[in-house]
Design a binder for this molecule. Structure first.
Ligand SMILES: Nc1ncnc2c1ncn2[C@@H]1O[C@H](COP(=O)(O)OP(=O)(O)OP(=O)(O)O)[C@@H](O)[C@H]1O
Ligand SMILES: [Mg+2]
Length: 806
């Protein structure tokens, strides 16, 4: 991935902005240079992977500031992740100093939050609004559907949510949806949509899709607001343009403008860069249409093609080309590089998913040992998050440092969500979903019936749930028994008390601690016998740490006299609770991808191997890439097998995966796979067949006949084998001589350790632990063990587990 980090080496970090034009343009090819220096009308850069699109964007910003004397405050750049945005801003700051803070570099969502906070009043909202994620959305839709007597078996909340989201991505508002509804489903969806939107407004909340849709309608309905942004942002730049949906596209168009507005303000200079072959978010409404729309709405747009690739070897590019060219209706383009053929692609057919993971681990080991790659040079890709588990198990066994990006996210854990809900209620008392979530958590005697009575009262009186609770305390809600009234009184008093803490200026982490203590939430978990609850306490401690770091970092920024803080109306004060909540709401998987130089302490500076889905890997690059699970039904995904449109998207995903690799590419598949419970056998991915044969060096094409351990007999015989053949692979793998101790002798000892939930164990590496859960039988038996400070670890129970039951 290119960022401004790779500005020419000779450009010293603090060199004045006038650093010569030559510096900025020297290491660009003529087409790139044209894109960087282009002035005037809209520019579309469409180009294949690794051709320097991101480099063009970031370099263009530097050029605008340095050469065209543009003020940073006039620049708005939209990146795909918060992390990419932060990197871009840092680098520009290094170049032009604190002026860089006036630049807006962010994701679509962050940008819209910023605009909406500033303009909330215009939309009749308060600037302390909550941002609802998909889980909150589903909760609210469930409530709405229940109140509208919609049969959840016929119309599941999730289905309704998807339909509403699609409507919003197409900028269809509730009225329009109602007017257009042509069948029973559409009518039901519209009915829910109308009510859902009303309740969102009442809760002073926006859902994710609203952030975009409401910003668009704001700009369209209020020309003076649009003009303010038009005058302000004279340069709009968008990366990963192929993944914008219709709403995002319209937003860009409204911001930049296509013609002078009524007061004669010219359109902003707009540059978008993208690659139609990498469009992988159709399920979020992104379509190739955005490129066509661009050309239609901006007839004077100039298009630049980039074809030289600077990332990968010719072998990798040829493989990528061979796969993507099977897609119908695409504009043909051929990537080329002058960096030579490089290494062949390595292919591997594993007996099962454990064997595949062992192959990957051994290979990484071998590369590291030979000094050919650091751990941080390596990425392992899979199609869906649940495929990470097998890799984790073996990486732990081998002591390979790794980081899984995504999966069950920290902020999705129940206890973390509960605390965030409390904080949200404190920041925005109208936030009904959060309020109802914590109403009886921990249990305080406000039952479902009492909740329903209060909710009905709120509906009848057209007041918020919070106001209805206060009515209850004042005895204005009939049908509530005195015990419920008392419990509600206690809850309201508790919230008031916590609210005072905020008014008195307490830091976020202090507020959080207070919530944990005063609600009794922490004590309840601490006193529980369930080992899982102890993990929950640790997660909450972690959340407090996150909040504390947030305060500290903000304090540093505030203290840094170089950092010009942009104070805008509606923007939450640095370090404040709303600022913290905003950060938490907008955090995305890709934001936690480890930086190449971000080695963990004690790893000798070699960093960590990154494990993630292909979707998360968009825009990134690694010297060594493992594409795993290339099986029909896994990748391409089962869902896509009979559907040409979905299959085309899967193929683009394969193209993204391959083109992340710089020097070495591995592709593998497993004959049997157990990720979905029952072992399943999947045929080779059609994408494997599409790789030109002469580019791939098959380490193993046939399932091994000499499997170890269990059930090694039935090769390809139709009976899925639950074999684990780690040892078998190990002896034939290049790194067998390295003799990783934790994998060493005794592995053939297949006697499974028998454990039950609650058992105490002692592990050589992790120390004392308690078994939290057990899964699987025989060779697949695993236990998840809580090793306290060493964390929660899931271990296989066969082989040489360096662990004893106490
Ligand atoms: N003119 C150039 N000379 C040398 N290296 C270059 C040049 N242009 C780009 N690169 C390098 O090529 C790599 C790919 O560039 P970049 O990430 O900008 O491509 P991209 O088109 O944005 O890729 P993707 O489609 O995957 O997002 C980066 O490592 C970048 O530093
Ligand atoms: Mg890019």
């Amino acid at each position: 991935m290119d960022t401004l980090f790779d500005l020419p080496a000779e450009t010293p970090a603090r060199k004045p902005a006038s650093g010569g034009q030559a510096d900025l343009l020297d290491d660009l090819n003529p087409s790139q240079r044209e894109a960087v220096t282009h002035a005037g009308g809209p520019l579309l850069v469409v180009a294949g992977a690794g051709s320097g699109k991101t480099r063009v964007l970031t370099r263009r910003i530097a050029y605008l500031l340095g050469q065209r004397r543009v003020h940073p405050g006039e620049i708005m750049a939209i990146t795909f992740t918060n992390k990419a945005a932060a990197e871009m801003r840092d680098r520009v700051a290094a170049l032009v100093g604190r002026r860089a803070n006036a630049m807006w570099v962010s994701t679509f969502h962050s940008m819209c939050v910023r605009i909406l906070r500033r303009e909330a009043k215009t939309l009749d909202m308060s600037s302390s609004f909550s941002i609802y994620d998909s889980d909150d959305t589903k909760r609210l839709i469930t409530l709405v559907a229940r109140d509208l007597d919609i049969d959840p078996k016929r119309y599941a909340a999730r289905t309704l949510a998807v339909h509403i989201s699609n409507l919003k991505n197409e900028l269809v508002d509730p009225d329009e949806a109602s007017a257009n509804a042509a069948n029973d489903l559409e009518r039901r969806v519209a009915e829910v949509y109308v009510e859902y939107q009303r309740r969102l407004n009442q809760a002073n909340a926006f859902d994710f899709d609203d952030l975009i849709m409401r910003t668009v309608s704001l700009l369209q309905a209020f020309p003076d607001v649009a003009e303010y942004y038009r005058r302000r942002f004279r340069h709009v730049l968008v990366d990963e343009y192929q993944d914008t949906n219709h709403a995002q596209y319209t937003l860009v168009r409204e911001l930049a403008g296509t013609a002078p507005n009524e007061s004669g303000v010219e359109p902003a200079e707009l540059v978008v860069v993208g690659d139609a072959d990498q469009s992988i978010y159709a399920f979020r409404g992104a379509t190739i249409r955005n490129i066509e729309e661009f050309e239609r709405d901006f007839p004077n747009a100039h298009t630049i093609l980039l074809e030289q690739n600077y990332r990968s070897t010719q072998t990798i590019l040829s493989a990528a080309n061979a796969v993507i060219e099977r897609n119908p209706n695409r504009r043909a383009k051929r990537l080329w590089t002058d960096s030579g053929d490089g290494e062949k692609i390595v292919g591997y057919v594993a007996d099962n998913d454990h064997d595949e993971a062992a192959f990957v681990a051994n290979e990484i080991d071998a590369l590291a040992e030979k000094g050919e790659a650091d751990y941080s040079d390596v990425a392992v890709f899979y199609r869906t998050n649940n495929q990470s588990r097998v890799f984790e198990e073996i990486f732990i066994r081998l002591g390979l440092p790794y980081k899984v990006v995504g999966g069950v996210r920290f902020y999705e854990r129940r206890e973390v969500r509960d605390m965030i809900a409390y904080l949200r209620v404190l920041a925005n008392p109208e936030d009904t979903v959060s309020l109802r979530r914590v109403l009886n958590v921990p249990k305080r005697g406000i039952g479902d019936r009492a909740e329903a009575v209060v909710a009905t009262h709120a509906e009848r009186e057209r007041i918020s749930f919070a106001a209805a609770l206060r009515d209850a305390v004042e005895g204005k809600v009939p049908l509530l028994n005195p015990r419920s009234v008392k419990a509600i009184g206690g809850f309201v008093a508790l919230l008031d008390e916590l609210g005072e803490l905020i008014t008195s200026g307490a830091e976020v982490h202090d507020v959080l601690e207070a919530v944990l203590d005063k609600t009794g939430y922490r004590v309840e978990l601490e006193e529980s016998d369930d080992p899982q609850d102890h993990t929950r306490v640790e997660n909450l401690d972690e959340l407090v740490t996150v909040a504390r770091e947030f305060t500290e970092i903000t304090a540093e920024v505030v203290a840094d006299e170089n950092a010009e803080l942009v104070v805008e109306p509606g923007v939450p004060a640095p370090g404040s609770l709303p600022a913290f909540l905003e950060r938490v709401s907008l955090v995305a998987d890709a934001d936690s991808v480890p930086s190449p130089d971000g080695g963990e302490e004690g790893d000798g500076g070699a960093g960590v191997v990154t494990l993630m889905t292909v979707h998360t890997a968009k825009g990134l690059e690694y010297p060594v890439v493992f594409c795993t699970g290339w099986e029909d039904g896994v990748f391409p995904h089962m869902r896509a097998l009979g559907d040409p449109t979905e299959l085309a998207e899967e193929r683009r995903l394969a193209y993204v995966a391959i083109t992340r690799a710089r020097k070495r590419l591995y592709v593998s598949r497993a004959i049997t796979r157990s990720a979905w419970g029952q072992p399943s056998m999947n045929p080779a991915s059609r994408f494997l067949d599409e790789l030109p044969g002469d580019l791939v060096d098959w380490r193993r094409l046939e399932p091994s006949s000499a499997g170890f351990g269990f059930g090694s007999g039935s090769r390809g015989g139709g009976t899925p084998r639950a074999a684990t053949t780690w040892g078998g692979r190990r002896t034939s793998s290049p790194s067998s001589s390295s003799g990783t101790p934790s994998f060493g002798k005794g592995w053939k000892d297949t006697v499974a350790l028998k454990l039950d939930v609650g058992d105490r164990v002692s592990h050589d590496k992790y120390g004392l632990g308690t078994v939290i859960s057990c899964d699987g039988v025989g060779p697949r038996a695993t236990a998840t063990i809580d090793f306290g400070a060493a964390g929660k670890v899931r271990l296989m129970l066969i082989g040489s587990v360096p662990m004893v039951k106490l």
